[in-house]
Design a protein around this ligand. Structure first.
Ligand code: FAD
Length: 513
């Protein structure tokens, strides 16, 4: 019975398809949405319009990514070499965390796996076993991505690595405004319409409350069936027009301000982001070909703006290239990411500090998750509920991972660090920590952006090691284990011999060879 009924229902619903999508905002989120939807929905007869205000402008930051960005390039048919050339990009194999555990200490979060396990036991148990026996070899010695980063080399990942030692990936650092410009050109070539005007009013349907049109400062009206709110922190549709409340996570992630200052680039482009802990937050260093992106994320309860800015200026490795860009934010998200016929993407839907460069990947994932739930004009609320559930889980998982960056610090006696160390973990983080500390195990959760190796890099980085390694690792004798780890190091060295200097690779890409 259900079969016929649902077929009939599908037929009725097909009569009222979405005919127009309006994207509000032309920052990274707006143009990512435009290019992605234009490609994925090319077979449907619908119009896509981007309304943005060049007078208002964009946030002007957001230059570090995670490897999933490569899937986005592929999804919109953007050649990787073109992105690298046109956005002055560099390669990123992970993030170096300096001074987080303690001043003078650092560790690396790589985009890759560590070592090769055996007999069904994960590699890190063997590493822990040797460590317990006095071996001090750092975990990163067994990770190709870490080694590429440390040695400033470039190597593309292979499709089918022989074993886990060969599993790694890279992301990019790019100039956000050049990336948006590239996406804009692509969107326009794919028949996306573009209006540069300020939205002054939002009209809603009298009965069901959906957004029907926006009024521009020219007096013109733009109507649409489905709205993508990419209006940045203003959250023009989701927040302002539909009044969706903001879920404030400041008590978990208290940093609330940032100042960004680009500076001239040194000759050497490090193939990684650096996040350096400061007195009341942390600084980013994002190397691009033509400049370095620098910023200081901090908590205004513990440092004033002038000191935060001075701290950043003092740490610049080159000449400042622009006036400071001062930004205020609150960690958290809109209670609903999809409300009626509006879907929020990017800053309009929520924000987590850029410690793991997760905002752009959340935009991408929001777009990917929208396709299978793509509505018709009736906008069945169950679609929105499913989408919202996924979005919240994604945000929560990342929040837990970010909290781990703060909770493990040993900067005792420094007020900000004492404060963040004392923040009680969420239930999800507590469960992860318990499994790790008791058994060196990981708790895997749906919609986790960061997998086991990422969590491992943090635990090991903070020397937060479990009470025991797996007893199953004792099946391998110490001498055999040492031999096998020596072979792994040799295999990594062998692979590194095929890598080229990162700078040489970038020069080659720019020369088009
Ligand atoms: P915006 O760039 O602010 O764009 C908003 C758009 O809406 C603009 O085009 C604006 O003109 C338009 N608009 C607003 N109001 C109106 C109106 N009334 N009428 C018409 N148009 C309007 N993400 C990462 O992935 N990696 C990072 O390293 C990273 N670093 C960050 C550092 C900081 C300090 C901050 C705050 C964010 C960072 N992010 C990072 C997040 C990243 O910058 C954003 O996710 C990304 O830039 C997308 O922004 P957006 O498009 O949502 O908003």
């Amino acid at each position: 019975t259900g079969g016929e009924g649902s077929l009939g229902e599908a037929k009725t619903q097909m009569r009222d398809p979405i005919r127009s999508i309006v994207i509000v905002g032309g920052g990274t989120a707006g143009w990512m949405a435009a290019t992605f939807l234009a490609r994925r929905l090319a077979h449907l007869r619908l119009s896509i319009t981007v309304v943005e205000s060049s007078a208002i402008g964009t946030i002007g930051v957001g230059e570090a990514t995670v490897p999933a960005i490569r899937d986005f390039f592929a999804a919109i048919d953007l050649g990787e070499a073109d992105v690298l050339r046109e956005t002055e990009a560099t390669i990123k194999y992970g993030i170096r965390f300096a001074d987080w555990k303690a001043r003078g200490h650092d560790f690396f979060h790589p985009f890759g796996l560590y070592g090769v396990g055996a007999h069904g036991v994960a590699f890190h148990h063997y590493w822990l076993k040797l460590r317990a026996a006095g071996d001090t070899t750092p975990l990163g010695t067994y990770c190709l991505a870490t080694q590429l980063a440390e040695r400033g080399l470039f190597l593309p990942p292979v499709d089918r690595p022989a074993n886990d030692l060969g599993v790694f990936n890279f992301a990019v650092h790019f100039d956000a405004s050049k990336f948006a410009a590239l996406l804009k050109r692509l969107a326009l070539a794919n028949k996306v319409a573009h209006i540069d005007a300020r939205i002054t009013d939002v009209a809603r349907h009298g009965e069901d409350g959906r957004v029907t049109a926006v009024t521009l400062d020219s007096g013109a009206r733009v109507e649409g069936d489905l709205w993508i709110d990419c209006s940045g922190f203003r959250s023009l549709l989701l927040g302002d027009a539909l009044d969706v409340p903001f879920v404030d996570w400041r008590h978990w992630l208290p940093c609330d301000r940032a100042v960004a200052i680009p500076c001239t680039a040194a000759q050497v482009h490090r193939p990684f982001t650096t996040a350096t802990a400061t007195e009341a937050g942390w600084r980013w260093h994002i190397p691009l070909r033509h400049r370095v992106g620098n910023g200081h994320v901090y908590c205004s309860d513990f440092i004033d703006d002038a000191d935060a800015e001075d701290g950043l200026l003092a740490a610049l490795e080159g000449e400042a290239l622009a006036e400071p860009n001062r930004i205020r934010f609150t960690a958290g998200h809109r209670a609903r990411f999809w409300e009626r016929n509006v879907i929020g993407l990017g800053l309009s839907s929520g924000f987590l500090e850029p410690l793991e460069s997760t905002s752009i990947t959340l935009i991408q994932s929001g777009l990917e998750r929208l396709i299978p739930l793509f509505p018709d004009r009736a906008c069945d609320p169950r679609l929105a509920a499913t989408y919202n559930n996924q979005s919240v889980l994604e945000f929560e998982r990342i929040r837990d991972f970010l909290m781990l960056h703060y909770s493990g610090n040993q900067r005792i006696g420094e007020p900000f660090w004492d404060h963040v160390r004392a923040i009680p973990p969420t239930d999800g983080l507590r469960a992860k920590l318990d499994a790790w500390r008791a058994a060196g195990e990981f708790v895997r959760r749906e919609w986790d952006t960061f997998q086991d190796a990422s969590w491992l890099s943090m635990y090991a980085g903070f020397d937060d090691l479990p009470a025991r390694y797996s007893p199953l690792a004792d099946h391998v004798a110490d001498a055999d284990l040492r031999d096998s780890l020596t072979r792994m190091r040799a295999a990594i060295d062998g692979t590194l011999a095929h890598a080229e200097p990162h700078a040489a690779f970038l020069a080659r890409v720019h020369a088009g060879v």
